[in-house]
Design a binder for this molecule. Structure first.
Ligand code: ATP
Length: 261
């Protein structure tokens, strides 16, 4: 079993907001994660990278309470939350933005936001919605539009607005840029910057390797369900990317985009 731990800029004596200890995830008889460990300091952005099938989403879902780990622990703000439901974790401040679109396509923008804040106290809901729209002003001119008719980028803005409306402490963003055009990917990253600037810790699961590294403080590269490489994002140079990610879709696309074969 591989065990490793990232301690990025974790000031001695400071508690990580998220600790993953020796996590295994299995789907039936097939094991997806093998002894994953990581520590995430409050306010940090950690990029979780890896080729298709490496286990990124399994890790995201296990942290977020959507998949029950078969071994290991997840600690959030020092408390063991292994096996807690996604609903309970969201109430505690750990929010998952799923791969693709995290919106209800048949509902209007405003109804999507209302649903997101439904678990807040009644008197706090209008201001939570106002804050969400302030963060992503494009939503303000689309309030009555059906979410499914928004552009891909706008739907991701709405997914982020829904996630941030409940003032999370930690956001797990699972491949938010999947299938989006490069310009739209840029606006997704700008949205994540908005979250980071307000002090939210982000676990960034991404296929766009260079963009993820440019934003992240630290990086974990998964290879076949294990930690292949970990360290500061600044140290994850081209040699590391090529060695551990090879021609992963995102890395390849970005090299073409930047004209740097
Ligand atoms: P991708 O970038 O393609 O989404 P990933 O790095 O997120 O990949 P996972 O989706 O976590 O990887 O998949 C890790 C392994 O677990 C893969 O072998 C995958 O086939 C398997 N797997 C994922 N979800 C399930 C499931 N619900 N049932 C069975 N096997 C699964």
């Amino acid at each position: 079993m591989t065990q490793s731990a990232v301690r990025v800029a974790l000031v001695p004596g400071t508690q990580p907001i998220l600790e993953v200890r020796c996590l295994d995830v299995c789907y039936g008889t097939s094991q997806a994660l093998f002894g994953i460990s990581l520590n995430v300091p409050p306010g940090a952005v950690i990029a979780v990278l890896g080729a298709n099938g490496a286990g990124k989403s399994s890790l995201a879902r296990a942290i977020s309470g959507l998949v029950r780990p078969t071994a290991g622990r997840v600690l959030f703000e020092g408390e063991d939350v292994t096996g807690c439901s996604a609903y309970k974790l969201r109430r505690r401040g750990l929010t998952y933005i799923p791969e693709g679109r995290g919106v209800f396509p048949g509902l209007s923008v405003i109804d999507n936001l209302k649903m997101a804040v439904a678990q807040e106290k009644r008197q706090d809901r209008p201001s939570a919605i106002d804050r969400a729209i302030e963060r992503f002003p494009v939503l303000g001119i689309r309030t009555n539009q059906r979410a499914g008719s928004l552009s891909g980028g706008e739907q991701q803005m709405l997914a982020m607005a829904r996630a941030l409306a409940v003032s999370p402490k930690l956001v797990i963003a699972d491949e938010m840029s999947l299938g989006l055009a490069p310009l739209v990917v840029q606006s997704v990253f700008e949205g994540l910057e908005v979250a980071r600037k307000s002090g939210i810790t982000i676990v960034l699961i991404e296929q766009f390797v260079h963009r993820a590294l440019a934003m992240a403080d630290s990086c974990v590269i998964l290879t076949r369900g294990k930690v292949g490489w970990e360290g500061s994002a600044a140290d994850a140079g081209q040699a590391v990317i090529e060695r551990y990610l090879g021609e992963a879709d995102g890395a390849a696309t970005e090299r073409v985009e930047h004209g740097s074969q």
